[in-house]
Ligand binder design. Structure first.
Ligand SMILES: O=C(O)CCC(=O)C(=O)O
Ligand SMILES: [Fe+2]
Length: 245
């Protein structure tokens, strides 16, 4: 254990007793996409220690990114940590500097807890986000960069202010609106696809100390976002662990 994590009073294994009997909610999104939500992945008090460490020690930046050809400031703070020798990450025209796990030893402890919770996982990179208040957000996107492969598992740990996390199914590429409508009208009424059916959207309130996992074809077939929320007035820190192939 590093002297730094000793100073913080952080344990080597963040929550050994609850690893195997935590409440785990699994959501089958259909067609090979799945989300798992574990509200109390890490203990409450311990999670505030992680929060304080991350808020203070991580070299947060708010880079310029490109969205639809326009340059803008990313509406949240960010940092990137990755194992050595991996291909570089690039998103929205921005290539973050890859810090080393050795620079922030407590991150390795959180990574170990995630690995223990998700047998078979082997994450080697981490994107950190800090939302300073309700006007910080992440727009609709999928983490479908090629370097993660076709069915990436992404493990997302949240600290601090509760925020809503939304998922919506990507519009189908093969059927235009017109084609969908025409096809729909060919069907007898009882067989028509009801567009009001709500299995195309899901919402989770990501709690302090929670873990949310997206896997299978979730990045190919779904978009996710953390929208602005006027009443969310406190800081939230989110860590997304990923495996670069
Ligand atoms: O903050 C979150 O919960 C999600 C962050 C996210 O989607 C991302 O970094 O790609
Ligand atoms: Fe994402």
């Amino acid at each position: 254990m590093s002297s730094k994590s000793h100073e913080l009073g952080l344990k080597e294994n963040p929550n050994p007793n609850s690893i195997n009997n935590v409440k785990k909610q699994t959501f089958d999104l259909g067609k090979g996409s799945e989300v798992v939500y574990i509200p109390r992945f890490l203990g409450f008090d311990e999670s505030w220690k992680w929060f304080n460490y991350l808020n203070k020690e991580i070299p947060w930046t708010r880079p310029s990114i490109r969205v639809f050809g326009r340059s803008c400031i990313q509406p949240r703070d960010t940092c990137y940590v990755a194992s050595e020798g991996l291909p570089e990450l690039r998103y929205s025209g921005y290539q973050p500097h890859a810090y080393s796990w050795e620079d922030y030893p407590p991150l390795k402890q959180i990574l170990a807890a995630v690995h223990e919770m998700l047998p078979g996982s082997n994450f080697n990179s981490l994107l950190l986000n800090r939302y300073k208040g309700g006007s910080d957000y992440v727009a609709w996107h999928a983490d479908d960069e090629k370097l993660y492969g076709s069915t990436p598992e992404i493990a997302s740990v949240s600290f601090g202010c509760d925020r809503e996390f939304l998922l919506k199914r990507k519009p189908s590429k093969s059927l235009t609106v017109q084609a969908t409508k025409a096809k729909d009208e060919e069907q007898p009424a009882r067989k028509r696809v009801k567009k009001s059916d709500n299995d195309d959207q899901h919402s989770f309130t990501l709690k302090h100390g929670s873990l949310l996992v997206m896997r299978g074809y979730t990045q190919r077939d779904w978009l996710h976002s953390v929208p602005k929320r006027a009443r969310a007035d406190a800081v939230r820190i989110n860590l997304t662990f990923r495996r670069v192939l």
